[in-house]
Design a protein around this ligand. Structure first.
Ligand code: GUN
Length: 291
């Protein structure tokens, strides 16, 4: 069994981007610039955004963090996004989710220029992804693909079972892996809460992708010998032995599933770390497309 180490894979991608960005600098070309918007002070969002900004710095991407109070009127936020859309120096824009209840996520996503939507959430970019046109693929599915590519895991002709049909993970990864691309060509089944015989379906899978949001949902009896298991879950469970009072656990019962696998991604230390690498790739590509 080999661990799919998101930290190592992310370091390799960051190193590659760092070299590409220093080449841009040397040749006097535009350096990618990401604008991140953080509203309120949700601790998880604070951590995510801080780590996105830090990673930008590490590879030489310029970043600007705009912080707004929870009480910001929706119109003011949309106005700031439009200003960023019109600012030629900004290549990528992300608005950290979730948003306060008073603000429409749909309006925010639709207001970001699709050419700067490095989160890949804009309906135009989702549509392009479905049509196999060049676009920004959102961070988690892109991170999964980068992780599979880093470990040279073949997807062509393999049977993939995705559990969970969310807009940001299950649905896009099932589409991407079924496409006729270097990282696709799999036969994919997308399972969800209404799926019957989930265990029997999972037992057929060469690759299982767990994105349900339920701790330790995938158990050893659901996974065949030598399967590849990708765990996308990030669940906080109470753990009094930890200083923070909680521990992070994935959607897979790692301890019991891992011995059966050929490869497995851990939580933490797996896909989560790849999402930032994916965001950096999108920001670099957003800049390259324009300049
Ligand atoms: N909140 C949780 N994941 C994400 C993400 O990928 N992008 C943004 N903008 N917010 C998030």
């Amino acid at each position: 069994m080999q661990i799919l180490d998101g930290k190592l894979a992310a370091i390799a991608i960051k190193e590659m981007l760092k070299n590409k960005i220093s080449e841009l600098k040397i040749s006097g070309k535009k350096i990618p610039h990401l604008a991140a918007i953080l509203i309120g002070n949700n601790p998880a969002s604070e951590t995510y955004v801080a780590s996105k900004v830090k990673s930008c710095n590490e590879v030489g991407i310029t970043s600007t963090l705009l912080r707004f109070d929870d009480s910001i009127p929706e119109q003011d936020l949309l106005h700031s996004i439009r200003e960023l859309n019109d600012n030629d120096d900004i290549d990528g824009i992300l608005v950290q989710l979730p948003l306060p209840k008073s603000i429409s996520e749909e309006k925010v996503i639709n207001t970001i220029s699709s050419e700067k939507d490095v989160d890949g959430f804009h309906p135009i970019n989702v549509g392009k992804m479905v049509l196999e046109l060049p676009t920004f693929i959102s961070a988690t599915p892109y991170g999964i693909i980068l992780l599979l590519q880093h470990y040279k895991i073949e997807t062509t002709g393999r049977y993939v079972v995705v559990i969970g049909r969310s807009n940001i993970v299950g649905t896009p990864i099932s589409i991407l892996l079924s496409r006729n691309t270097a990282y696709g060509n799999s036969t994919v089944t997308l399972c969800h809460s209404r799926t019957k015989n989930l265990k029997e379906i999972c037992l057929q899978a060469d690759i299982v992708i767990a994105a349900i949001g339920k701790p330790k949902f995938v158990t050893a009896d659901m996974v065949k010998e030598d399967a590849v298991v990708i765990d996308v879950g990030i669940n906080r469970i109470k753990d009094e032995t930890k200083k923070s009072g909680y521990a992070l656990t994935g959607d897979v019962d790692f301890e019991n599933v891992a011995p059966k696998c050929s490869y497995i991604s851990p939580v933490p230390g797996g896909v989560g770390l790849m999402t930032i690498a994916a965001l950096l790739m999108n920001t670099y590509n957003a800049c390259k497309q324009k300049h």
